[in-house]
Design a protein around this ligand. Structure first.
Ligand code: ATP
Length: 362
């Protein structure tokens, strides 16, 4: 069974810990993206799975077998890197066949495998060309073809699309996803592009400073962020995070003060367990309803900047309570700079984080 499991793996380089106690398991046919800002330890984690880096502690299991001491070539993993080196003097077909040379297959079997992956990746017309005669998108597909032409235990991709232009990335995301869906292999993809992770992954592991902060489906990490970091990292435009003081909680509604202004919002039962009154309120830009009359469930604001985004408009509004707030409204909502707004947060999409940044949720 194609599975990947890492158990409490840590990697230190001298005094520096690049990955701390990371746990993750990837099932057969599952695609997990490691997502996070530059330097958070994504590539180091992937390299430990591949065997290119040795874990300082913890275990790496592939297909149920402990791999810690095995060299990369003994792990039977297929890797696709950001820089896909193709042999310039070999045809595309010969390039795709390279990983098969160690497998002692007959010529017919090799040809059959090349044809099969060429069909999957729409490369049949370019098999006789040289790498200098194909496009960047085709080169990327050749790199994927070379990985899937064998029957590896699992797939590891390191920023596979980062060299492609925006349009090509968009189409390649869909194509790689489709190919992976048909293969029943455990796959880990490293990316710092959240759109790539949200569209390609079954689950996303979000990393920061060597720690896995949350693992969940694209919907879970977006709708139920575990902490302030995940909340601010996922979603465009970024979630509004407003400092507040919790005054009281009646079992359903929390009464807060935001820089002296009162705001009542419905809140999770776990709010009653909060020890400190300092909290952070998280509200997505699309989770506000502008209303005519202000009351204790609205935030007063003034339109400062208007950014058309096609079907929607991004409003930067100045508030007395927490600096600038980003609000997304539909294009037909005509607003003017300086206009006063009363913004009612959608209670189902309002998050409360405690003073350590963890979400308050039962
Ligand atoms: P990026 O998206 O920029 O590639 P990343 O999340 O993949 O970032 P890593 O490449 O895993 O990050 O690096 C994590 C940290 O470990 C970084 O601070 C990096 O400088 C450090 N690091 C990685 N490899 C080594 C090494 N061989 N020696 C010392 N430090 C290293």
């Amino acid at each position: 069974m194609s599975t990947i499991e890492i158990k409490k793996i840590t990697k230190t380089f001298g005094d520096f810990t690049a990955v701390k106690n990371a746990d993750l398991s990837v099932g057969a046919g599952e695609v997990v993206c490691l997502l996070g800002p530059s330097g958070c330890g994504k590539t180091t984690t992937l390299r430990m799975i591949a065997g290119l880096e040795r874990a300082t502690s913890g275990d790496v299991l592939i297909a149920g077998q402990r791999m810690n001491e095995l060299a990369p070539e003994k792990r039977n993993v297929a890797m696709v890197f950001q820089f896909y080196a193709l042999y310039p003097a070999l045809t595309i077909g010969q390039n795709i066949a390279m990983p098969l040379h160690f497998e002692r297959l007959s010529k017919d079997e090799i040809n059959a495998r090349i044809q099969k992956v060429a069909i999957i990746l729409h490369l049949t017309d370019v098999l006789d060309r040289l790498p200098g005669q194909v496009s960047e998108g085709e080169k990327q597909r050749i790199a994927v073809a070379r990985a899937i032409v064998r029957d590896p235990n699992c797939f590891l991709f390191d920023e596979p699309l980062s060299r492609l232009d925006v349009e090509l990335r968009h189409s390649m995301r869909g194509q790689i996803k489709e190919v992976l869906q048909g293969l029943s292999k455990a796959t880990v993809i490293v990316t710092h592009d959240q759109l790539e992770a949200l569209t390609m992954a079954n689950r996303i592991a979000i990393m920061r400073e060597g720690l896995i902060e949350q693992v969940g489906t694209p919907h879970e990490v977006f709708a139920k962020p575990a902490n302030v970091f995940v909340a601010s990292f996922i979603g465009t435009p970024q979630m509004n995070l407003i400092e507040a003081d919790l005054q009281s909680y009646d079992g359903q509604r929390a009464s807060l003060t935001l820089a002296g202004n009162r705001l009542d919002i419905s809140a999770d039962a776990a709010t009653s367990r909060l020890k400190a009154s300092k909290v952070t309120i998280g509200i997505r830009p699309r989770a506000f309803v502008p209303v005519t009359d202000g009351d204790s469930s609205t935030i007063p604001a003034e339109v400062e900047l208007i950014e058309p985004m096609g079907a929607e408009t991004l409003i930067h509004a100045r508030t007395a309570v927490g600096g600038e707030i980003r609000v997304v409204v539909t294009r037909d909502k005509r607003l003017k700079i300086g206009e006063a707004l009363n913004l009612r947060p959608d209670p189902t999409q309002t998050h409360i984080f405690d003073d350590s940044g963890r979400v308050v949720r039962s």
